[in-house]
Design a protein around this ligand. Sequence first.
Ligand code: NAI
Length: 258
Amino acid sequence: MDVTTERSAFREDLLRGKTAIVTGASRGIGAAIAHRLCEAGANVVICSRSADAVGEVANTLAAKGYTIHAIAADISQKADVESLIEETTAQFSQIDILVNNAGITRDMLLMRLKDEDWHAVLQTNLTGTMYCTRAVLRPMIRQKSGRIINISSVVGLAGNAGQVNYAAAKAGIIGLTKATAKEVGARGITVNAVAPGFITTDMTAQISEQHQKQLLEMIPLREFGHPEDVADAVCFLASDAARYITGQTLQVDGGMVM
Ligand code: NAI
C-alpha cells in the first residue's frame, strides 16, 4: 500500500469529533498545528492578537472543508483568555485539546536587557500559557478527559546566549507542564510539552546566514525542521495513541540537544 495514503487515512480518524484550541495560529508552527489537527478530524479554534491574520488562516482551512473558527485574543491578557474559552465552549460545547503555542522573542544579552523586554516575554510565553491552561481545566475536569500540549523550546533545556528571558520562560513552561500533569493526572487529563529546535518560520527568519550555517553543524540530521514536524508531534500527543504519556517534553530538534 502507498505509504502516504496509509498515513493520511490514519490521520483522518485520529481526532474525529474532538475540539481543539491552538493559540498563536496566524502563521508558522501554530498555523501548521491547526492544519494538522483539522486533517486529523478535529474541530479547531485558533487565536492570535490580529483578527485579520488569524481570520485568513481560518478562511484557507475552511475552504478545504474543515471546521475551524478564528478568535482575536491576546493570551497575555486574562480577560481575553476567558472570552476565548467561553466562545469556544459556546460554539462547540467542549474543549478536548489545548495547544499553548503563542510565543514571542525579545532577544538581547542580559547586561543590556530592558525590564520591559523581560516582562513582555515572560508575560506572553509563560503567564499566557498558565492563563490558558488554568482556564481549560474546569471544562476538562468536568468531562474527565483532556490533552494539554505546551510549546516550549530546546532553549529552555540547554539555554542560549542572548535569550535569557526566552530561555527562562521556556524552561518555566517545562516546570508548569510537570506540575500541572501531577495535579490533573487523576482527572484523565494529560499535560505534555514539545520542545522544537530550529524550525524555519518568521521567528527564525532574522537569524544571519552565517549563524544558520553554524547551527546546521550542531544538528545531527543536518537540516532545519519544518512547522509540520512540530505539528506531527503535537497531533500524536493530542491523540489516544499518547494516552499513557504525561509530564514529558518531546524534543523535535533533529537531535540538536541530547
Ligand atoms: P511566529 O512568530 O512565526 O508565530 C507566533 C504566533 O504567536 C503568531 O501567530 C503570533 O501572532 C502569535 N502570538 C504572539 N504573541 C501572542 C499573544 N500575546 N497572544 C496571541 N497570539 C500571540 O513563531 P513560530 O516560530 O511559529 O513559533 C511558535 C511557537 O514555537 C512559539 O512559542 C515559539 O517560541 C516556539 N518555538 C519556535 C521555534 C522556531 O525555531 N521557530 C523553536 C522553538 C520553539
